[in-house]
Write a protein that binds this ligand. Structure first.
Ligand SMILES: [Zn+2]
Length: 217
């Protein structure tokens, strides 16, 4: 591998070294193994932003392990257990949608927020929150939570799963993300295996990913 070294002001061979780096996270010393790409001539670090993000993720993961905080995956699982959108979950917890989204993307959570989210592992807590703050949710969302609490199967789950299998697109909740921007559809899409019709409407999300909103009917 070669890369441009700003110190040598030229392209240089690079070497990868493994070492441990220690970071201070909320007053705790967190040490993680790091692979660093260096200029073979002068030793300058030529790390990319991607590497920086990987290191940050590793540091956060290690901090969560030591501080016994929920992982981003677990936070998402707790929310999905009740078929809640990020917006609705946030509303029930008195947090912002952006906050929940950040935690699920790997941002380090506030300890008080962690406790609140962890409490929701018990369905009784969600029932209680629904009584107190259920009016903040849409009728559709309230119905989804009630169904989840009643242990009823998710009518959309199988449709999305099958759609994902047949198209290769990632399906989650009621949206399908399509990599690239070549596809443009606004259409009713019959789904032969379940007899329902998905209403697909395209709208563009940030970066190069297109999203379809879907409604089963
Ligand atoms: Zn150099």
């Amino acid at each position: 591998m070669t890369a441009f070294c700003p110190t040598c002001e030229d392209y240089r061979e690079t070497k990868v070294v493994e070492r441990e780096e220690t970071y201070d996270v909320r007053g705790r010393r967190i040490t993680v193994p790091v692979k660093a790409e260096l200029c073979a001539a002068c030793g300058e670090s030529l790390g990319s932003d991607t590497e920086d993000q990987t290191i940050l993720d590793a540091v956060h993961a290690e901090y969560r392990r030591q501080a016994d905080l929920l992982t981003p995956e677990r936070i998402k699982e707790v929310r999905k257990q009740y078929r809640l959108s990020q917006k609705s979950f946030a509303a029930l917890l008195g947090m912002s949608e952006a906050t929940i989204n950040r935690y699920e993307q790997g941002g380090l959570q506030d300890p008080a927020h962690d406790t609140a989210i962890r409490a929701c592992e018990r369905s009784g807590v969600i029932r209680d929150l629904l009584v107190r703050r259920g009016t903040l949710l849409s009728e559709w969302q309230r119905q989804r939570v009630e169904e989840a609490l009643a242990g009823q199967p998710d009518p959309n789950a199988e449709v999305l799963e099958r759609l994902g299998e047949s198209t290769g697109y990632a399906c989650r909740e009621r949206s399908v993300s399509v990599p690239g921007s070549a596809v443009s559809i606004t259409a009713d899409l019959p789904v032969p295996w379940c007899g329902s019709v998905l209403t697909c409407k395209r709208f563009r999300a940030p970066r190069s990913t297109s999203f379809f909103s879907m409604r089963t009917s």
